[in-house]
Design a protein around this ligand. Sequence first.
Ligand code: IMP
Ligand code: MG
Length: 181
Amino acid sequence: MIYSPQQIDEAVGSLARQIGADYRGKPLVLLGVLKGALYFTVDLARALAGVADGPSEIEVDYLCVERYGNATESKRPVRLLLDEATYLEGRHVLIAEDIADNGLTLEFVRTLLLGRGPASVRTCALFDKPSRRHVRVPLDYAGLTVPNTFVVGYGLDHQERYRNLPYVAELKFQESQSELT
Ligand code: IMP
Ligand code: MG
């Protein structure tokens, strides 16, 4: 196990306090990137509700993207699957992402939303693999650092499995089976 449920909970609480202070008195649109940020977005919204003097109100919404291949394999490595957030003009938007890896997903979503005339767009990722970043995208709020390994749990999957784990663990790939450590 890399991060326990308690460590994740504390990291979400700490992000909520920072974000809450920065958006104090302002209405915020919290936009989760599915599917990975499913749990994080909900827990962050709940934690933000508990921050005294935080945002004046919070709307929670989602969009869904699919990341496939890598930048060298494909010219369009991120595909938009669900996008209802068309009302962002003049709004303060915070993108909630599960993990910032190469940074392509965040960059794609950020560019998309900036085109909708929001008052501001910031980015937040619960997990961060800084050693893997090759797209320069601002990460305004980062939670827990993850080493350069493949991790699953708390929303993160491998071929749709393991998302439901309450902790984050490394998935080691072996010849015939994979192992959680
Ligand atoms: P990026 O576009 O390379 O930053 O990748 C971001 C997306 O890839 C995340 O939203 C995840 O869905 C997925 N991803 C990256 N690293 C991991 C990992 O270690 N485990 C599971 N999913 C990952
Ligand atoms: Mg995935």
